[in-house]
Design a protein around this ligand. Structure first.
Ligand code: CAO
Length: 429
């Protein structure tokens, strides 16, 4: 068995492929003979399967009228494995799901499966045709079957592909109905390559976390829709770091620790005030300038990236900002942030300073128009006109929306930010 296509908790349809098996001559998918919620998988990648082996336990099962379907011959020949779902099972059932009470309901009395019915069932096609369609990125539910009872054949899939390539047919995805973060067909791109990774070595499949799914879709949209440019610069934070260290010593008892990010938030507010277009949003052909300064900061959590927001950062001191940041970062890591605590940002900072690196190209958090990426500071030789001086330099990477901001403004923003970080008294001016 080389691939598992379902997981416990999935709602399974009749004829839906459960696993892929491979013999030395061909690979093929094994379809489910029952519909219902998948309770338990009885097999794992690497197992050897024989005809009649139990693959999965399906609860609330409604099965096809025919006994467990034998898979159609694969492309290639000599299939050696077949399998069945929770219907007649030679294998021991799990505790509480044995053949007596508590077992998944028998399926024989349920109405026969009508393959031509469109509701609740997959398009009528053999596993090998479904695999073929998946490799090409063809949405089978949009293909008209020419076989008996509307069965979709390999020729139907080929004809559909030709028709799409010739521009005679548009897939639903290409008509703008693609799910967020879905295939590239909507952009007229080739389908995503479908690779059987297990052919090249052992693999493990894990579902994306909920946060990764949500943030991924947002990042993808922002990256595709915003013309990004990133300016890199360095700020001399030698004095500021010394001040930070002494502040932390003085405040040791208060329990509030100030990191460079606290100063950066404050410094960015000053730069946003001087360059208001960085604190704006694009709305059609208008720019919305905001008179408030809510700063988002990217927080790395076990479940993925989150962006809590420090509200009214212009009205708060660095100590208060640092304390709030620590609380919000803790909440983010515990998955306890409320939507309100993650909304309304006018500008975002993504700091990898605690981790490392030199520069990167952060993706703008729409509908904001700029984001500052910060990496780890390091002591570097800086020429002062007479000699090299050891200075602590902070790498800055500012990504900005070229529809709203020009390169010159971005360079000025970074330069001003650098001046503030080099001498924080400028914030008072
Ligand atoms: N240069 C050198 N050291 C730095 C630094 C910098 N720019 N920024 C932070 N540090 C140091 C801190 O001083 C601290 O040192 P000590 O432990 O010796 O006191 C250490 O690095 C850890 O800092 P921190 O990361 O805990 O605190 P922070 O305020 O800098 O950042 C937070 C807080 C929540 C932003 C951070 O923990 C985090 O999650 N960063 C990742 C953000 C991210 O994933 N961005 C990528 C987004 S795109 O995928």
């Amino acid at each position: 068995m080389i691939e598992v296509l379902v997981k416990p908790g999935d709602t399974i349809k009749v004829e839906q492929s459960l696993v892929t098996v491979e013999s030395d001559k061909a690979s093929m998918e094994i379809p489910s003979s029952s519909a219902g919620v998948l309770k338990e998988l009885k097999v794992k990648v690497g197992d050897k399967l024989n005809i009649g082996d139990l693959i999965a336990v399906v609860q609330g099962a409604a099965s096809a009228a025919s006994p467990s379907p034998q898979p159609s011959p694969p492309r290639g020949e000599g299939a050696t494995a077949a399998a069945q779902t929770s219907s007649p099972s030679p294998s021991p059932a799990p505790a509480g799901e044995g053949r007596g009470e508590g077992r998944t309901p028998p399926t024989a009395a349920l109405p026969p499966h009508d393959p031509s019915a469109s509701t609740g069932t997959l398009p009528h096609a053999s596993p090998s045709v479904r695999k073929f369609a998946r490799e090409l990125g063809v949405p089978l539910e949009e293909v008209k079957g020419s076989g008996p009872k509307g069965r979709i054949t390999q020729e139907d899939v080929q004809a559909f592909t030709k028709s799409v390539m010739a521009g005679d047919t548009r897939t639903k995805a290409a008509s703008g109905k693609a799910p967020a973060g879905g295939g590239g067909e909507a952009l007229g791109l080739l389908p995503w390559p479908k690779v059987d990774f297990a052919k090249f070595g052992p693999v493990e499949r894990k579902p994306l976390s909920r946060i990764k799914k949500i943030s991924g879709a947002n990042l993808h949209r922002n990256w595709v829709m915003i013309p990004h440019v990133t300016n890199h610069d360095d700020a001399d934070i030698t004095e500021l770091e010394a001040f930070r260290v002494s502040t932390n010593k003085e405040n040791e008892k208060s329990g509030v620790k100030v990191t460079m990010l606290g100063f950066l938030i404050k410094a960015c507010v000053a730069a946003l005030k001087k360059f208001p277009e960085f604190n704006s949003s694009l709305d059609g052909e208008e720019l919305v300038f905001k008179s408030y300064y809510h700063i988002g900061f990217a927080a790395d959590t076990p479940n993925g990236l989150m962006v809590p927001v420090i509200r009214d950062a212009d009205k708060k001191g660095v100590l208060a900002i640092s304390q709030e940041m620590a609380e919000l970062a803790k909440k983010a890591r515990e998955g306890k942030l409320s939507p309100a605590e993650m909304s309304g940002a006018t500008f975002t900072i993504s700091s990898l300073g605690g981790i490392g690196g030199r520069y990167f190209t952060p993706i703008i958090n729409a509908p904001e128009v700029a984001i500052l990426g910060v990496c780890r500071s390091q002591t570097e030789p800086v020429w002062d006109g007479k000699q090299f001086q050891p200075r602590l330099m902070l790498p800055l990477s500012l990504s900005w929306d070229h529809r709203v901001i020009d390169g010159a403004s971005a360079a000025r923003f970074n330069a001003y930010l650098g001046q503030i970080l080099a001498d924080f008294r400028r914030v008072l001016l």
